[in-house]
Design a protein around this ligand. Structure first.
Ligand code: ZN
Length: 150
């Protein structure tokens, strides 16, 4: 066990035990429910999108440490960012899950914690756990833009 793995595991457990942006809004927000039946993870993600920006986001749900810590990291990463940036980060994350080297890009975007999940790509059964919250976010953004066009 390398010390890097150890550090990453601690970052993941920290997000799992102290999730960021956990909860639900009282008022209107884009709401997406998604689950990962292979592991039993489920998430409800809420997004507030204003002027092309994710002004706020919250999530609730239950599942394994990978799914919940990824949701926590995802909300932290996209909050306050432009929708386009959030989608770019989601794309970066999905490339990381395919085993691509994206460390430099993560650093540029100042997404340090997300790096802790890169080891997940070696465990194909867990990739769906890690990407659940990100897929929910992408779907939420799509629903919001369809709504605006209608
Ligand atoms: Zn899971």
């Amino acid at each position: 066990m390398s010390s890097l793995d150890d550090l990453y595991r601690r970052v993941i457990m920290d997000h799992y035990q102290k999730p960021r942006n956990r909860g639900a809004f009282d008022d209107d927000a884009v709401t997406i429910n998604m689950n990962n039946p292979t592991c039993g993870d489920r998430i409800q993600l809420q997004l507030k999108i204003e002027d092309g920006k994710v002004s706020d986001t919250r999530f609730t749900g239950e599942g394994c440490s990978i799914s919940m810590s990824s949701a926590s990291m995802m909300t932290e990463a996209i909050k306050g960012r432009k929708v386009d940036d959030a989608l770019r980060i989601a794309d970066l994350f999905s490339r990381m899950m395919k085993g691509e080297e994206v460390e430099d890009e993560l650093e540029q975007e100042d997404l340090g914690d997300i790096e802790a999940l890169q080891g997940v790509c070696k465990f194909p059964a867990r990739i769906k756990c890690a990407t659940l919250a990100w897929k929910a976010m992408q779907q939420g953004v799509r629903e919001q833009s369809n709504h605006e066009e209608a």
